[in-house]
Write a protein of this length. Structure first.
Length: 418
């Protein structure tokens, strides 16, 4: 049993912690109805920090200090916390002067009966924010255990705008030549090493940090959770995905077999799911009407951060650029299979259909690929009546007339900062 004094001590300890860091540009819409806010995302992207940021915003809006409480249930003082203990926490918060409470429960899965406690809080008019480790609690399980009474806020690695803020780079309309040169350097680093906060803030140990993140995700979020026995096959599959532009279950099976790995298609399909549940892998389906054709074409695999691609040996800047665009589209709220696809054609392909915009990604346009890249957009535009046609490159910029529409060629940094 957790003593009342212990709960009070923990709440006051967290209240006294200084708040500092890089402000995240993540919109958190607090529901007016009785729903919890579930903060989800891969490891080490700053879910706890976002909770602290929301707390600071509540304070600035005038919410009384005694009505806000943050608790990390992995605190060693809370070992063995139960539903009864959580109810004691609520009593203590009321004794401390809290009325309509804003309760933040980090690593919520640690406490037995947490879902009943959260539902009780919602029923009694309190605001609840929760986060948990994906090794113990999947985002879809949160929705199930709260009986649909939650909205998800996804946290990703730093956006480029957040990277610039972390590097104290001035975000302004006009830049000097030296500022433009530094911007290109920062963009190149972001393209190659991604946006995990620890990598951005500690570039001297970026490789060690990224390897640690990947190992944790594989061993804690997948191997331990799903009791995966063939760890070497899982790691090899991830490398295959990192280096593949398209893949099907059959192709993955054949590739693994050719590499001397004996693994069934059913197990491979499970591994795809596990990697997705751990927020490592995102699968982009084709824009086709037939489910059978979609299965034959396969999906395009993308990883959550370019740094993970880089430590697995991916150096091709075209591949890194396309992965970066995919993650940014996810950050902007597009959902694969709903309003985000790739568009296959007869000998051509457009990288992304995002809502009503066709997006082609090419590191640069030159005499050898210009007509192919622009021609692909023209063919896709005839197939899909998209409102916008865009080519994202690293530095090129121009506007090309296409019938009554225009193809906008935009440099990466401008697109990322829109």
């Amino acid at each position: 049993m957790i003593e009342r004094e212990t709960w009070a001590e923990i709440v006051l300890d967290y209240r006294s912690l200084p708040f500092e860091g890089i402000e995240r540009e993540i919109e958190v819409k607090v529901p007016n109805t009785q729903m919890a806010v579930a903060i989800i995302g891969p490891r080490r992207v700053g879910k706890t920090y976002l909770m602290r940021q929301i707390i600071e915003e509540l304070r600035s809006e005038g919410v009384p200090e005694e009505s806000i409480a943050y608790v990390n249930l992995e605190d060693p003082r809370l070992v063995g916390a139960s539903l009864e203990d959580l109810m004691t926490l609520l009593e203590v918060l009321r004794e401390m002067g809290g009325e309509k409470l804003h309760i933040f429960l980090d690593e919520v899965q640690v406490a037995e009966g947490w879902e009943r406690f959260v539902r009780y809080l919602l029923d009694t008019g309190h605001m609840v924010f929760i986060s948990g480790s994906s090794s113990k609690l999947l985002s879809k399980e949160i929705a199930t255990q709260l009986r649909g009474r939650s909205i998800a806020v996804r946290v990703f690695p730093f956006s480029f705008r957040e990277v610039l803020r972390a590097k104290r780079f001035p975000l302004k309309r006009y830049l000097s030549s030296s500022e433009k040169a530094r911007l290109r350097v920062l963009l190149g680093e972001y393209l190659e090493w991604g946006g995990y906060p620890e990598v951005v803030l500690n570039p001297q140990v970026k490789i060690e940090v990224l390897k640690g993140i990947l190992d944790l995700a594989i061993y804690r979020d997948i191997v331990e959770r799903w009791e995966v026995r063939n760890v070497s096959a899982l790691r090899l599959l991830l490398k295959v995905l990192a280096r593949s532009s398209h893949i099907t279950l059959t192709k993955a099976y054949s590739t693994m077999k050719s590499l001397g790995i004996s693994i069934g298609k059913g197990t491979l399909s499970d591994y795809f799911e596990y990697l997705g549940d751990a927020f490592i892998l995102h699968r982009l389906p084709p824009y086709v009407k037939s489910y059978k054709k979609a299965e034959l074409l396969g999906f395009k695999p993308y990883l959550i951060d370019n740094g993970l691609l880089r430590i697995m040996g991916v150096k091709d800047r075209g591949r890194l650029l396309e992965n970066l665009v995919m993650v940014e589209l996810l950050r902007r709220g597009f959902e694969p299979g709903e309003d985000l696809f790739y568009v296959p054609g007869d000998g051509w392909e457009v990288d992304f259909l995002a809502g009503d915009e066709l997006i082609q990604v090419s590191y640069e346009l030159h005499s050898l690929n210009r007509e192919r890249e622009l021609g692909t957009l023209r063919k896709a535009e005839k197939k899909i009546d998209a409102e916008k046609l865009t080519v994202i490159t690293f530095t090129d910029k121009e506007s090309i007339k296409l019938n009554e529409k225009r193809i906008e060629v935009i440099p990466l940094h401008e697109w990322l900062l829109r």
